[in-house]
Design a protein around this ligand. Structure first.
Ligand code: ADP
Ligand code: MG
Length: 378
């Protein structure tokens, strides 16, 4: 009988500080890992099977490791949805390394998590990154963190069927305390950049509006199509290749709506670069205007905000936030605000009463801290 392996690994969710709808345009994003984590307890087993269970779901799933290759992607519908995330990661890791399923040990994976699901904090990247880290160690695959992020993304795209970029997995894999992950979505080169929120006495407040809009999928598709159209008109591979100086020419060449979509992406890429530079030169108190400008661009040019997000952002600023913006894909979800620690109660109270006065559903307001990425805990 082989030696029994047991251990615990965990990986965090994330928020995106700045860089929205830039990922699929080959551009820049700047998310950070948060303190909310998904933990997986792993125990090896003597048979060549993988079993996944979660406090999130009553449905545990057990399959022979050799069957993963037949399940994904074509027969993924036979697997209960949540289990496609961890089983998809196992499949993607074996594929990426050309590892024969018969050569690795069977495993039991038991998940628990305090990452809010579906609140835009990427509980999906957290479960993927925790799984990838655990299996990489136990199966001795020798993959680096970027390769593990890629396996997580492949699982999400092909085993789950969600057409997302790699930002979330990179943030979850590469996070460092009080730092963000500046990511070039074209080269996948990532740099850990000091945020200095803690030193400056700042908190990042998340205002979850609880709004989920029915047209978010259609809206996302329409925005992607507009970006592709814009790139084609400009004769470039992706909007990443258009600079702010090119915008007057873009305006001459395209209709107003396409131009405004393009202008959002082009200026947002620049704002990500400016945020990184400003943090390095002047510290976090100086980035408020960039956060504000990002919101305005998403509201007016990309047109993906909703009244609840606008109210959250405006109220937070009026109550003393250094900067605020909606975060995530839009049409609902959360806003973030950078706030002096002692002003957090005042900002929270102001947003709560503004929502009540407007007759909106009460928001969920909490703080997140830039935190460490995936790791082995025990
Ligand atoms: P999010 O914004 O939180 O990433 P997604 O829809 O991308 O939202 O991913 C949420 C899905 O990920 C859940 O519906 C579930 O299928 C899966 N998931 C996330 N965390 C867990 C967990 N701890 N246990 C089981 N499934 C999970
Ligand atoms: Mg997700």
């Amino acid at each position: 009988m082989t030696e029994r392996i047991e251990g615990t690994w965990s990986a965090p969710g994330r928020v995106n500080l700045i860089g929205e709808h830039t990922d699929y345009n080959d551009g820049f994003v700047f998310p950070f890992a948060i303190e909310y984590r998904t933990t997986v307890r792993l125990a090896s087993r003597d048979d060549a099977r993988i079993r996944v269970s979660s406090s999130f779901s009553a449905d545990a799933v057990e399959v022979p490791l050799a069957e993963l290759a037949g399940l994904f992607p074509d027969r993924r519908d036979e697997v209960v949805e949540w289990a496609r995330y961890p089983l998809g990661v196992a499949w993607a890791l074996l594929e990426a390394t050309g590892t024969d399923a018969a050569s690795v040990t069977g495993v039991d994976l038991a998940f628990s998590s305090d990452v809010p699901v579906g609140a835009g904090l990427s509980s999906s990247a957290a479960i993927e990154s925790a799984t990838a880290s655990a299996l990489n160690d136990v199966w001795q695959l020798g993959l680096d963190r970027v390769a593990l992020a890629r396996a997580g993304r492949r699982a999400e795209n092909e085993a789950v069927g969600a057409p997302t970029g790699i930002m979330d997995q990179m943030a979850s894999m590469l996070g460092q305390p009080d730092a963000g992950t500046f990511l070039d979505c074209r080269s996948l080169l990532a740099e850990v950049v000091d945020l200095g929120f803690a030193r400056a006495g700042l908190e990042l407040v998340v205002i979850d509006t609880k709004v989920t809009h029915a047209h978010s999928t259609g809206g996302y598709g329409e925005r992607r199509a507009a970006c592709e159209r814009g790139a084609e008109i400009m004769g470039v591979t992706a909007l990443r290749d258009v600079s702010v100086a090119d915008l007057p020419r873009a305006q001459e060449l395209m209709d107003d709506v396409t131009f405004r979509r393009v202008r959002h992406v082009v200026t947002e890429d620049q704002r990500v670069l400016d945020t990184v530079q400003t943090l390095r030169e002047d510290g976090p108190r100086a980035i408020g205007g960039l956060l504000d400008a990002s919101h305005t661009s998403m509201r007016d040019d990309f047109e993906i905000s909703v009244p609840e997000l606008d109210l959250a952002v405006e109220t937070a600023r009026a109550a003393g936030a250094i900067g605020a913006r909606m975060t995530g894909g839009g049409f609902g979800g959360a806003a973030i605000a950078l706030v002096d620690r002692e002003r957090v109660p005042a900002v929270t109270a102001a947003v709560e009463s503004a929502f009540a006065a407007a007759g909106f559903t009460a928001p969920h307001i909490f703080t997140v801290r830039p935190s460490e990425g995936a790791r082995r805990d025990a």
